[in-house]
Design a protein around this ligand. Structure first.
Ligand code: AGP
Length: 645
């Protein structure tokens, strides 16, 4: 989705703005632009296409301004074009704005402004914002007793001095303009009236301010600024800030000034770089032994109760609830499907998993006896945040699982626990998924301990096999080593990818928890290789989809639960009989089979096997995408952080 960068300091702003936009490229975009101010004049360079195109625009090299704003646009209202690219200006060229989010009532506001003499030059929803600011600024300024003395200066766009007075007025105009906006926004505003200053505002769209002595930065996410600073202010909804090189002042909607706490973000700048890998996705796949290890952290030790000091959920509360919802989107929702299996098995509480965009509009049955868990790598997914707010309004307790410290979802939820996967840059989520699943496993053990099941025999599969929490703890602690073992030799996956990349359709099959991994494998393949694929519960195939199986189609089956192995093998035979080429990802010793490929992964408890079985599927999608010569990290039409619904 769209990205925002801002800089106020003493260095040439254009370089910093471009570098910031390049760091945000992974979010997905189709146009880019920057604005700086020098000699009381705003200079805008923007166009559709890549950020680097800006470097070739006339006048770019001459830009000398030491502050400015910048934007990458992911088209929503109006096609990608120069006119629709940000920054946008008001009709008098006094206010320049970049905006992330969607203004839902922009048609209404456009009519209102048109009736008041304003003209629009783009098809965007954003263009109403600078014009509304101008509309309110004029009103506020007119009310000022010495308005007439200043009017000439204002309309002539010269520096009129008395900057503090203007800062107050521009801030008031921004607040009034945002009061009229319905929808979501993170905005930056600059104006010749308030040199060396950026005003920012946010509602339901992320915005952070990175701070250093003598220079300050703005961005829509933290990794974009990690090379400059680790100290951040995280703007909340309905907050405003006036930023100069050496000051940041925060205001609420009533224009009351207050202070905010700085958050130190421990992420390493190099973790947001490729470090010799061809693509971020490959790097992130290979980081999984470490990201899983970091997420386990000090929460899980073999002979101790799990450590969730940061989570104030008590055994009394857990005993009082009768249902858990897990709500998320995409890959995070797939992690939630494994979470459901873990929580139901280890805690015996019914769990429902919902897609956030459905949950928020389907009037789910929730009350104070429901715990709602929201999973989001970015913590900024609009549907997931809205679904969380809905549950809160119905008196349920909410728990966020996120990878980004201080992200919107964590600020809305009653409780938060973090995965420690480090920044995930590639659009296709990999290490976030395995971290989410391992955190679900530890959380389920923790809840189970709180419920008093420490020494109970837990039946994990249909053959009646039982385990104790101790057994699963042991298996979790061995996961990083086992992931490394899988990553040591990727040649078989490469070989299969070399054969499969010309396919038009593929199938992913599995039973039980393996079916949830099939869904994730299929999503990965679609996202980055643009090959159509279907994921099905193996037993469901013959109820319809088997009609699609024809000679030569590639079918990938996941088989990690010994108690379901025989059933799954029969289902694989059904597709082989109809001409399918098969690859089976398994931890079982499958002898005398007629499968084309068997990809062996280390054995582990079936409840946590997705953390291992998903890795060959991530690699498969990656190698197929590479074989097709596609942009793995920035697949078409997709955005890393989906901040609009
Ligand atoms: C995963 O590969 C996708 N890019 C996507 O499904 C993603 O998981 C989804 O948009 C949710 O994102 P979140 O975890 O940041 O909320």
């Amino acid at each position: 989705m769209c990205g925002i960068i801002g800089y106020v300091g003493n260095k040439k702003a254009s370089n910093i703005l471009i570098n910031g936009l390049l760091a945000l490229e992974y979010r997905g975009y189709d146009s880019a632009g920057i604005a700086t101010l020098e000699n009381n004049e705003i200079k805008i360079m923007k166009d559709k296409g890549r950020v680097r195109n800006i470097l070739d625009l006339d006048g770019y090299k001459e830009l000398q301004g030491t502050y400015g704003i910048a934007h990458t646009r992911w088209a929503t209202h109006g096609k990608p074009s120069k006119e629709n690219s940000h920054p946008h200006m008001d009709n008098s060229n006094t206010f320049t704005v970049v905006h992330n989010g969607i203004i839902e009532n922009y048609n209404e506001l456009r009519s209102f402004l048109t009736d008041n003499g304003y003209t629009f030059y783009s098809q965007t929803d954003t263009e109403v914002i600078p014009n509304l600011i101008h509309y309110y600024f004029k009103k506020i300024d007119q009310e000022d007793t010495d308005y007439n003395n200043k009017t000439n200066s204002f309309e002539n766009k010269t520096n009129v001095g008395n900057e503090n007075n203007y800062k107050d007025k521009v801030l008031e105009a921004v607040v009034k303009a945002t009061n009229d906006l319905k929808g979501s926004y993170a905005i930056e505003v600059i104006s010749p009236l308030i040199p060396d200053t950026i005003i920012v505002a946010r509602k339901d769209s992320p915005l952070v301010i990175g701070t250093k002595s003598d220079e300050n930065y703005v961005a829509s996410d933290i990794p974009a600024l990690l090379t400059y600073t680790k100290d951040f202010y995280l703007l909340d909804d309905n907050e405003f800030a006036i930023i100069t090189n050496d000051s940041i002042s925060f205001y609420n909607k009533d224009l009351e000034k207050y202070t905010k706490e700085i958050k130190n973000i421990e992420w390493d700048a190099s973790s947001a770089e490729k470090n010799g890998y061809d693509d971020f996705m490959l790097k992130e796949i290979f980081e999984q032994p470490n990201s899983v290890r970091e997420t386990i952290g000090s929460r899980l030790k073999l002979n101790e109760a799990c450590n969730f000091d940061d989570l104030e959920i008590t055994s009394e509360y857990l005993k009082s609830i009768n249902k858990i919802f897990i709500v998320a989107c995409g890959t995070a929702m797939h992690a939630g499907l494994v979470g459901k299996v873990l929580l139901e098995k280890l805690c015996k509480i019914p769990v429902e998993v919902d897609i956030a965009s459905e949950f928020r509009y389907r009037d789910p049955i929730i009350d104070d006896k429901t715990l709602c868990i929201y999973v989001s790598q970015s913590g900024e997914t609009a549907d997931t945040i809205a679904a969380l707010k809905l549950a809160k309004s119905k008196c349920a307790k909410t728990l966020a699982i996120s990878n980004v410290i201080g992200s919107s979802i964590t600020r809305e939820a009653d409780y938060t626990i973090y995965t420690h996967a480090g920044p995930e840059i590639a659009v296709a989520s990999t290490k976030a998924y395995t971290s989410q699943v391992v955190l679900f496993a530890i959380l389920a053990i923790h809840f189970s301990e709180l419920l008093g099941y420490d020494n109970t025999d837990i039946t994990i599969n249909p053959d009646g096999k039982t385990i104790k929490l101790y057994d699963i703890k042991k298996d979790i602690l061995e996961l990083p080593k086992k992931i490394s073992m899988i990553l040591e030799d990727t040649s078989l996956i490469k070989k299969f990818a070399d054969e499969a990349y010309t396919q038009k359709d593929m199938f992913f099959l599995g039973r039980g928890v393996d079916q949830t991994v099939a869904l994730e494998g299929s999503l990965k393949l679609k996202e980055i290789s643009y090959i159509h694929s279907e994921a099905y519960a193996s037993g469901e195939l013959k109820h319809g989809p088997i009609a699609l199986i024809e000679n030569g189609i590639h079918v990938i089956s996941i088989l990690t639960d010994p108690s379901l192995a025989k059933k799954s093998i029969s289902n694989i035979q059904e597709v082989i009989t109809r001409g399918a080429k098969t690859m089976v990802i398994t931890n079982q010793d499958l002898e005398n089979t007629n499968f084309d490929y068997i990809y062996k992964i280390p054995e582990t408890n079936p409840l946590i096997s997705p953390i291992l079985s998903v890795i060959p599927l991530q690699l498969l999608a990656y190698y197929i995408s590479k074989n097709k010569g596609l942009d793995v990290d920035k697949p078409r039409n997709l955005a890393k952080s989906v901040t609009v619904e």
